[in-house]
Ligand binder design. Structure first.
Ligand code: FAD
Length: 332
């Protein structure tokens, strides 16, 4: 079972904030009766941090911003609901955590209490080959999801954030994530079709779960980007697509970032949606694409049906006609 990836080694576990209130009497035992828990100081400290750059700096000094009192690792929706209900009844703070790849400290338990580690909820539950809907548990990491869909079903969800290897499906939803192929497949809010969520009192609710609808408000979207504040996402329904039959790549250089951005705008306004349309500024182009620090690089990749790719890449070439064409092997 895949585990979260540490951003940097932690050699101590002292708090930076004052220690939070102790757990109520009997709480830890009641929690331990519900699901596996961690109470070892170093394990709890490790589970109490993410990839926030400032926190990595503190980790070098052996400090975490705050340490939870205990880590709960539920293995089912029923166990998540029981943990949340218990915390609700005892007024104990709960902080949801997935891959802990967030870069803003959002999964740090600043109020202490329980870190609710959702990475024991892993796996693809069901795939509907007709609609392309995929039901997946929230703690599943990107590589496991895509490997199963590609190898067993010939499908892809097309969501590839740079943190693909270290983030979970639930974290993608909770953070309203964007992948590098989002121009074709959409950001996560366009890909998610339904959710199972445990709300603050331990109730389990379901939203959506079908490819499209035209009735009432879309409650799924209420939870997308809610960062664990409105509920704990336990299961996600995602839209998947047949594996692409073909792929084409291109790269261009622009004298200014503005000129590159304007080309991207014109491409999109004409309705072309190449899967990847990534413009790097001059310093980043020098760092990653071998630029000399004076020009900006636009990387383009499209995939899918060859006829649609030809159309999209023809619009791209037309709107980049004033740019310098670079070797397409720059697009990795
Ligand atoms: C090198 C690097 C590159 C990155 N690139 C991208 C990128 O290209 N695109 C992008 O969008 N992001 C990117 N990120 C940011 C981060 O990976 C994403 O925000 C990711 O979606 C977080 O997922 P996670 O499972 O790690 O969530 P965590 O970091 O564990 O949690 C993030 C937030 O979601 C909440 N949460 C987590 N799981 C659940 C759940 N099941 N239910 C309710 N709330 C939950 C947490 O409480 C917290 O508020 C990058 C991060 C790194 C370190």
């Amino acid at each position: 079972m895949t585990q979260p990836t540490s951003p940097i080694e932690l050699t101590g576990s002292a708090h930076r904030l004052p220690a939070p209130p102790a757990l109520p009497d009997g709480f830890a035992g009641a929690l331990g009766a519900v699901c596996p828990t961690l109470t070892d100081e170093m394990e709890v400290a490790e589970a109490s941090r993410d990839w926030w750059p400032l926190a990595m700096h503190w980790a070098l000094q052996g400090q975490v911003l705050q340490r939870a009192a205990v880590v709960a690792r539920p293995r089912s929706t029923a166990e998540v609901a029981a943990v949340v209900r218990l915390c609700h009844e005892h007024s104990v703070p709960v902080t949801a955590a997935g891959g802990r790849s967030g870069v803003l400290g959002a999964s740090i338990p600043v109020f202490g209490g329980v870190v609710l580690d959702l990475t024991a909820l892993q796996g693809v539950v069901q795939v509907d080959a007709t609609s392309g809907l995929v039901q997946v548990l929230a703690g599943t990491f990107g590589p496991e999801l895509e490997a199963e869909l590609r190898e067993r079903h010939g499908l892809t969800v097309g969501h590839f954030p740079q943190s693909f290897d270290i983030a979970t499906v639930g974290g993608w939803v909770a953070c309203r994530g964007a992948g590098q192929y989002s121009t074709r497949y959409g950001k996560i809010e366009h890909i998610v079709a339904g959710l199972e969520v445990v709300t603050a009192d331990g109730s389990v609710i379901h939203t959506g779960g079908f490819p499209a609808g035209a009735q009432g408000p879309d409650l799924t979207q209420l939870f997308v980007g809610s960062e664990g504040t409105l509920g704990i996402v336990t299961t996600v329904w995602l839209k998947a697509h047949p594996l692409p039959a073909a792929e084409r790549r291109a790269a261009y250089s622009f004298p200014t970032f503005e000129a590159g951005l304007e080309a991207c705008r014109r491409i999109l306004r004409r309705g072309a949606t190449p899967a990847v349309l990534r413009l790097y500024d001059a310093p980043e182009s020098q760092r990653g694409q071998g630029g000399d620090g004076t020009y900006c690089v636009l990387l383009v990749l499209d995939e899918g049906d060859p006829a649609i790719i030809d159309g999209a890449m023809s619009v791209v070439a037309d709107e980049c006609r004033d740019a310098l064409v670079l070797p397409d092997d720059l697009v990795e």
